[in-house]
Design a binder for this molecule. Structure first.
Ligand SMILES: [Zn+2]
Length: 172
């Protein structure tokens, strides 16, 4: 699917508009054009001392009940590293350091009938020594689990980008 069914009108003049190449709203009436760009998202690769990966069980749509990595969307004006630190603080109440780029994988995210295209940026990090890192989850999360990547099955993972990531961790 694309967003052709939901983006049918011009945001400026309310006349009919078309979605061109899945990424550009074009209005022939007033000449308005608007691009739908990738949204940047970050996700944490946080391993415990035994090599188990921290994952969170989602408590909200989409994909409620399935496993995800802690993280979220990058806000305007934020670096990926800042976004990751903020999300982990908000979602889990933990402070991380040693944030390092690992890899990025594109993803699609259907929310409220709108298809969002994201670029998921996976960042390695670790819990900061000396910080109060007792996990306190917010409403977005059902629980936190630690699993070896080899023990995570594709069916229990919420999004394709994380499926690809876990697959690559199993090979390496
Ligand atoms: Zn228009």
């Amino acid at each position: 699917m694309d967003n052709r069914d939901v983006l049918k009108y011009c945001p400026r003049c309310s006349g009919p508009a078309v979605l061109s190449d899945s990424r550009k709203i074009v209005c022939a009436g007033c000449g308005f054009q608007m691009y739908l760009n990738n949204a940047a998202a970050v996700a944490a690769l946080l391993f415990d001392g035994e090599g188990r990966l921290m994952a969170v069980r989602r408590n909200e749509e989409p994909q409620t009940g399935l496993l995800d990595l802690p993280g979220g969307f990058v806000e305007f004006g934020e670096t990926a590293e800042e976004a990751l630190a903020r999300e982990l603080r908000e979602e889990l109440g933990i402070t991380v350091c040693g944030i390092e780029y690992y890899r990025s994988i594109p993803n699609n995210y259907l929310y409220g009938g709108v298809l969002y295209h994201t670029l998921d940026i996976f960042l390695k990090c670790r819990l900061e020594d000396g910080a109060d890192n007792k996990i306190r989850t917010n409403d977005e999360i059902k629980d936190v689990v630690y699993k070896f990547p080899k023990d995570i099955t594709e069916e229990e993972i919420a999004f394709d980008s994380m499926k690809k990531l876990i697959k690559s961790l199993k090979i390496s």
